[in-house]
Design a protein around this ligand. Structure first.
Ligand SMILES: NC(=O)c1ccc[n+]([C@@H]2O[C@H](COP(=O)([O-])OP(=O)(O)OC[C@H]3O[C@@H](n4cnc5c(N)ncnc54)[C@H](O)[C@@H]3O)[C@@H](O)[C@H]2O)c1
Length: 313
């Protein structure tokens, strides 16, 4: 599919807004749905037909009519917030996702590409982790695993066509920095640019597989164009990992502020190490191209221009 009508849920969020940009550039007609609970209207690219709506509501069903494909990205996705409120986590991520699947089924959408998460490997000790080693532990990962079980049932009973994406730590412009505990990249960059001490939760030894959002978008496009992704589940990571301390050092080596981080108690529910086995995604010809230095430099540039400039205005 190299043209057509695409719906993105969670279009005002980090990954959704970047994906919308890319699809518009490629010539697709993009409709975006979001209730703006965590996303920001201003970051939805011009050219997207935006509909404010909640994925848990049946009011969204008409939006799915005539869509060639749906990217379902809307979710409650901060692990520590999900630990505090498992009921809302399930409501948004499980009930909301089933509602999206049902809307897509009723509209006869040919393909649904949806976000699971590397959090599904929380209990695994196999590194790099292949798609088969599913061991969800936290409430967030339990909700993402439930999405998978529902997708399987929709395939079994309604022959729907899904591709499940298990993103590792995606980073880049528009990464959500407004959360109570923002992801490390944006948290460190913003604090250092403000001349404040960034916080490292735990010792800083936790290692994460970070993947740049443009590389993720390359895989998103492949999902539309390559039928070998139909029915598949794919790890979307870089296949390399860095410690939180490494990330701090890399950001500091770009900004050169001389500020040291402060340490606070570790966050509950987070795994010590993530590392993607990306053999399956690479077998389709995809590979991540952006180095950590390049990705971080682009993230710094974005935060300087958009976040810091806005704060001054
Ligand atoms: N960013 C990552 O590193 C990462 C890693 C693994 C998985 N994921 C998954 O990828 C997807 C996108 O993540 P993101 O980082 O862009 O998150 P994000 O929080 O930036 O975006 C999610 C969007 O969903 C919207 N939303 C939430 N609840 C909604 C509801 N009930 N109805 C309609 N819209 C709603 C929010 O307002 C927000 O704009 C999520 O499903 C997330 O769980 C992300």
């Amino acid at each position: 599919m190299s043209s057509g009508k695409i719906l993105i849920t969670g279009v005002a969020g980090f990954i959704g807004s970047n994906l919308a940009d890319r699809l518009l550039k490629e010539g697709y007609e993009v409709t975006g749905l979001d209730n703006l609970a965590y996303g920001v209207k201003e970051q939805i690219p011009a050219g997207v037909k935006f509909i404010k709506g909640d994925i848990r509501s049946k009011d969204i069903y008409p939006v799915f009519k005539g869509m060639d494909a749906v990217y379902h990205l809307a979710a409650k996705n901060c692990i520590s917030d999900c630990q505090i409120d498992p009921v809302e986590t399930s409501d948004i991520n499980v009930t909301g996702t089933v509602n999206v699947f049902e809307a897509a089924k009723q509209a006869g959408v040919k393909k649904v590409i949806y976000a699971e998460s590397s959090a599904i490997y929380e209990g695994s000790s196999k590194y790099p982790t292949p798609e088969e080693d599913e061991k969800p532990e936290s409430f967030y990962s339990a909700s993402k695993f439930a999405e998978k079980i529902f997708a399987e049932a929709y395939v079994r009973f309604h022959k729907m066509n899904f591709t499940a994406l298990r993103y590792f730590c995606v980073y880049g412009p528009r990464q959500d920095y407004r959360r109570s505990i923002p992801p490390v990249m944006s948290a460190f960059i913003i604090k250092l640019l403000r001349g404040e001490k960034p916080t490292i939760y735990g010792t800083g030894e936790k290692r994460r597989d970070f993947v740049y959002v443009d590389d993720v978008n390359d895989f998103h496009l492949l999902c539309l164009k390559d039928r070998r992704t139909d029915g598949g589940t794919f790890n979307v990571g870089s296949g390399e990992n860095y410690s939180v301390q490494d990330i701090f050092n890399a950001v500091e080596s770009i900004l050169k502020t001389g500020i040291n981080p402060e340490h606070k108690a570790d966050l509950p529910g987070e795994s010590q190490l993530t590392l993607a086995d990306i053999t399956k995604a690479k077998s389709l010809g995809w590979k991540p191209k952006t180095s950590l230095k390049e990705g971080l430099s682009k993230s710094v540039e974005y935060i300087r221009e958009h976040v810091m400039a806005q704060a001054k205005a």
